[in-house]
Design a binder for this molecule. Structure first.
Ligand code: SAJ
Length: 415
C-alpha cells in the first residue's frame, strides 16, 4: 500500500515543478512550495512560468483536479523533496543558502515517520548537513546520521538526472541513484519514487549519490571541452569540425561530443566546481575543462568581429539566447555572453532573435546597440548571421534566405 499520501516539493523550478506535477498526476496530494509569490500564483491559476514540452498540460490538469496546490509555506506531509538551486559563489564555491533555508523551513511541520529527500545537485556531505540542520531545529526527533535505521526521520539524496527539454519523459524513464543516510532511508525513498518512476532505483549511500551526480555532469563537461578544444584547432587550420567529428565517430570506440559556443545551463557549467572545491589540488583536468568551455564564447566573439570588419558589415544578427535548443532557459548561457560582449565591442548594430522570449533578459535589457527582433527582420537587415542556438525555428530555415549572408554557425546545423 502507498504510504505516501501527501508530499511537499520545495522549489518549483525546472526540476521541482515537473516532479510535483508527475506525482500529482499519479494521485498523490502535492503541495508545491516556492518563495516566489508570482510563481505560487501562476501555478495556482493552472499556468506555468517556464517552457518545457508537455508541462503546461500536466500542471493545468493537476491543479484543476486539486492534486497540486502551490503554497509559500511547507505543510505537514509524508515526504519532502527539496529541489532548490545550488549556485556558485564568486569564488566558485558552492552556496548552500537555499538548501539550508528550505531544510529549516520544513522543520516546524516535520512529524515522526517523514522522509526528506534532497534532489538538488550538491557538494559531498550536504545530505548529512540536512540531518544536522534539522536536528538543531527539532531536538525532539531523531535523525539517521546518529540513529541510523532506527531514526524518526529518514533523509536521503536522489539527484535529478533529467535533461531540460525532455524532462517529463526522462523523469519517468531514467534510472535513479538513491543514496540513503541509512539503508532504510534509501529503501523508503525508492518506495516513493516507484509511484512515478519506471526506471530502476539504484540504492547506495548519500555521499556516493552526491559524488555520482557531480561526476556525471563533470564527465559531460570534460568531453564537451575536448570537442570545443578540437574546434578551435580546426578553425585555425581551416578544417570543418562538424564533418571531422562525424567521421571520427564512425570508429567503434570513439564518440566525440558536439562543439558549440560554450557550455551553459545551471548544471554542467556549475557542478564540476563542486568537485574541484572538494579536492582543489587533485582536479587539474576538471578545472581545465571548465576553462576551455568558459573561454569558447570569447573565441566566437573574436571570430564574429574579425569577419564583420573584414566584410565591412554594419549589422550582425545573433540567433538564439537560450543555453541550448528549444528551451527558454538563459542561465549561464554562452549565447547571452557572446551577444553582450559583441554588442559592447562592435561599432555597428546587433540584432538578436530568441523565439522563446518576449523581452530581453535583465542582463541585456540596458545594453545599448542591441535589439530583440523577429527572424524575418534579422534576415532582412543583417549581413552577418551568427547562429548561437540550434532552435528548431532556425533548423527549418529555407537555405535560400541565407544565400547572401556571411554565416558563423557555432552549432553545425548549416555547416
Ligand atoms: N553541449 C555542447 N555539446 C554537446 C552537448 C551539450 O556544447 O555535445 C552544451 C549545450 O549546448 C549546453 C550545455 O552543453 O550549453 C549543457 O547541455 P546538456 O544538454 O549537455 O545538459 P543540461 O545542462 O541541459 O543537463 C545536464 C544533464 N547531465 C548530463 O547529461 C550528464 C542532465 O541529465 C542533468 O539532469 C542536468 O545536467 C542537471 O540538472 O544536472
Amino acid at each position: 500500500m502507498n504510504e505516501f499520501k501527501k508530499i511537499c516539493v520545495l522549489g518549483l523550478g525546472y526540476v521541482g515543478l515537473p516532479t510535483a506535477a508527475i506525482f500529482a498526476s499519479r494521485g498523490v496530494q502535492v503541495i508545491g512550495v516556492d518563495i516566489n509569490e508570482t510563481t505560487v500564483e501562476t501555478i495556482n491559476q493552472g499556468k506555468i512560468h517556464i517552457i518545457e514540452p508537455g508541462l503546461y498540460l500536466m500542471v493545468n490538469e493537476a491543479v484543476s483536479m486539486g492534486k497540486l496546490i502551490a503554497d509559500p509555506q511547507p505543510q505537514p506531509s509524508d515526504a519532502y523533496i527539496i529541489a532548490v538551486p545550488t549556485p556558485l559563489t564568486i569564488a566558485n564555491q558552492p552556496d548552500l543558502t537555499f538548501i539550508e533555508a528550505a531544510t529549516r523551513s520544513i522543520a516546524p511541520v516535520l512529524k515522526k515517520g517523514a522522509l526528506v529527500i534532497l534532489e538538488s545537485t550538491s557538494p559531498i556531505g550536504t545530505t548529512e548537513k540536512i540531518c544536522q540542520w534539522l536536528s538543531q531545529e527539532r531536538d525532539d526527533l531523531s535523525f539517521p546520521n546518529v540513529a541510523g535505521d532506527e531514526a524518526d526521520i529518514q533523509v536521503s539524496h536522489s539527484p535529478e538526472r533529467v535533461l531540460p527539454g525532455n524532462v517529463l519523459i526522462e523523469l519517468v524513464n531514467n534510472d535513479r541513484v538513491v543514496g540513503g543516510i541509512s539503508p532504510k532511508c534509501a529503501r523508503r525513498t525508492k518506495q516513493l519514487y516507484k509511484i512515478a518512476v519506471k526506471g530502476k532505483c539504484l540504492l547506495t549511500t548519500a555521499a556516493t549519490a552526491e559524488f555520482i551526480k557531480l561526476s556525471e555532469n563533470a564527465y559531460r563537461d570534460v568531453n564537451i571541452a575536448f570537442a570545443n578544444e578540437l574546434s578551435i584547432v580546426a578553425d585555425k587550420i581551416g578544417i570543418n569540425i562538424w564533418q571531422a567529428v562525424k567521421l571520427a565517430n564512425h570508429h567503434p570506440r570513439v564518440n566525440i561530443l558536439q562543439p558549440g559556443p560554450g557550455v551553459g545551463g545551471h548544471c554542467i557549467a556549475v557542478d564540476p566546481w563542486f568537485i574541484v572545491d572538494s579536492a582543489p589540488d587533485n582536479t587539474p583536468l576538471i578545472k581545465s575543462a571548465r576553462k576551455v568551455n568558459d573561454g569558447k564564447p570569447n573565441h566566437i566573439v573574436e571570430k564574429i568581429l574579425a569577419t564583420a570588419y573584414k566584410k565591412g558589415a554594419t549589422t550582425v544578427a545573433c540567433l538564439g539566447l537560450a543555453y541550448k535548443a528549444n528551451i527558454d532557459d538563459m542561465r549561464e548561457s554562452p549565447a547571452v555572453t557572446i551577444t553582450a560582449t559583441l554588442t559592447e565591442r562592435f561599432d555597428g548594430e546587433v540584432l538578436v532573435v530568441e523565439p522563446n522570449i518576449k523581452t530581453l533578459p535583465d542582463t541585456l535589457a540596458d545594453t545599448k546597440g542591441l535589439t530583440l527582433c523577429d527572424l524575418d527582420l534579422a534576415l532582412e537587415k543583417a549581413q552577418i548571421i551568427a547562429l548561437l542556438v540550434d532552435h528548431q525555428e532556425f533548423q527549418i530555415l529555407d537555405p535560400i534566405l541565407l544565400n547572401d549572408k556571411v554565416i558563423i554557425d557555432t552549432r553545425g546545423i548549416w555547416s
